[in-house]
Ligand binder design. Sequence first.
Ligand code: 0O2
Length: 248
Amino acid sequence: MEVNTEVELEQLQSLKTELTRFMMSYKFGLDELNTKIDILRQEFQYFHDYNPIEHVKSRIKTPESILKKVYRKGYEFSLASIKENIQDIAGIRITCSFISDIYKISDMLQNQKDIKLIACKDYIKHPKPNGYQSLHLILEVPVFMSDRMENVCVEVQIRTIAMDFWASLEHKIYYKYNKEIPHGLKDELKNAADTVTQLDRKMEGIQREVNKIKQSVSSKDELQELFINNERFYFSDDFLSQFLSTGK
Ligand code: 0O2
């Protein structure tokens, strides 16, 4: 369709405004959740001395991909229907080192008062028949804009590095063979998925052993300093003794 008359251009302008507002709300939803995830990551690093999050990637579904999903699922074509039915327009993928980190992060997010859990699919406890593993959460976050508040859904996929490695290779193969993976390769992928499970369990066990060793008491010097954004904060003996003497 070619748009050229003045009326059509005006209509297009107002549609563009509406679509921009729609897509921006998902961008803000992602920004909010990304900030929350970054705070959890930093706090965890300070208190547990390791980083449970290897990396975080976020994306907004392209209009073409939204359109395909609307047709594939037979939804009504309106922004209200798209907002209600397509809950993965905004998506975040969190990659962790260990399986236990996945559930820690999932719990920490779900325990936040302004986050509402809409759905949870645990493909780690119940992997897909092809071997796919990941924890999927649909979370709703409130986004406050200049003239309104909107609840926005964000799909959060949390998985280990090994699960992510498997999923990205499977995804490439899936599209290379136009969604019809040959049987031999399917079996090999399933085997690889079983190896991923074994590796993740083994790494978790090693991490548990290391944690036991790490639980030794820190030196006095270590307990008197703190680094925030590479800036060193020092708690002097005087400063600390004030707290210790009042018992606070
Ligand atoms: P993209 O580009 O990653 O967003 P639905 O979302 O309703 O169509 P379903 O099955 O209810 O389908 O959703 P589900 O199971 O939560 O999975 C949706 C997303 O998980 C997919 O997004 C993939 O990212 C990922 N996923 C699910 N199954 C597999 C799988 O077998 N292999 C791989 N590699 N990834 C998978 P999209 O929409 O496909 O694309």
